[in-house]
Design a binder for this molecule. Sequence first.
Ligand SMILES: O=C(NC/C=C/[C@H]1O[C@@H](n2ccc(=O)cc2)[C@H](O)[C@@H]1O)c1cc([N+](=O)[O-])cc(O)c1O
Ligand SMILES: [Mg+2]
Length: 214
Amino acid sequence: TRSTRPQRLLGAVQKSATRGDPCSVVNAIDQFCRHTEWAMNVGDEKGCILDSVVSEVNPATVLELGTYCGYSTVRIARLLPPHAKLITLEFNPDFAAIARQVIAWAGMEEKVHLVEGASGEWIPKIKEQFGVKALDLVFLDHWKDQYLPDTKLIEECGLLRKGSVLLADNVIFPGAPQYLEYVRSSQQYESQYFKSHLEYTKVEDGLEKSVFLG
Ligand SMILES: O=C(NC/C=C/[C@H]1O[C@@H](n2ccc(=O)cc2)[C@H](O)[C@@H]1O)c1cc([N+](=O)[O-])cc(O)c1O
Ligand SMILES: [Mg+2]
């Protein structure tokens, strides 16, 4: 039977990337998605913005919503200090299985906890399961209509501290209008839009960075 897109993306990593070298894994996926088969990774252009936010926040604890094949998981983990933790939630077991192999190929297993399940079920468990007091950075890249309810849930679970940063992908395309309205109008956030393009295309998209004011 025909392979899946995530399986073909993993094949490109195993063919072209060097084991233990996260940058080569990121580059192999970008090369594959730009020249062979598009996939919904944050990509190289928005990825540079992601890199700059990660470096600025220098987080001890990161939550990623939406692992998919693990591209942004590896991209973020490669910038984290040794004992920092990235918790990434993936709902689809097939995607999770591919992502585990991509993360392993990059040698990032130590820094990453990939949890299989729904954000609504797992966000309330993060504190106890992972001994997390607060999230320094949240990267939202899962179902776009889930950005707002999950942000409210993260607030309700007391997972944010003064200065915690939310970074949301796709706020223009496919778009997350209710989320944008919320973070831009709330007195509890200082929000900033980073204009860019949809991964591997010329379509406008961007990232919204929102700092929790406590
Ligand atoms: O739809 C998009 N992303 C949805 C991602 C969803 C991912 O989040 C997981 N999840 C994990 C936990 C959950 O609770 C729910 C889902 C899903 O199992 C999937 O792996 C998208 C679409 C385009 N596009 O051009 O069309 C571009 C992008 O950059 C995108 O991110
Ligand atoms: Mg995205």
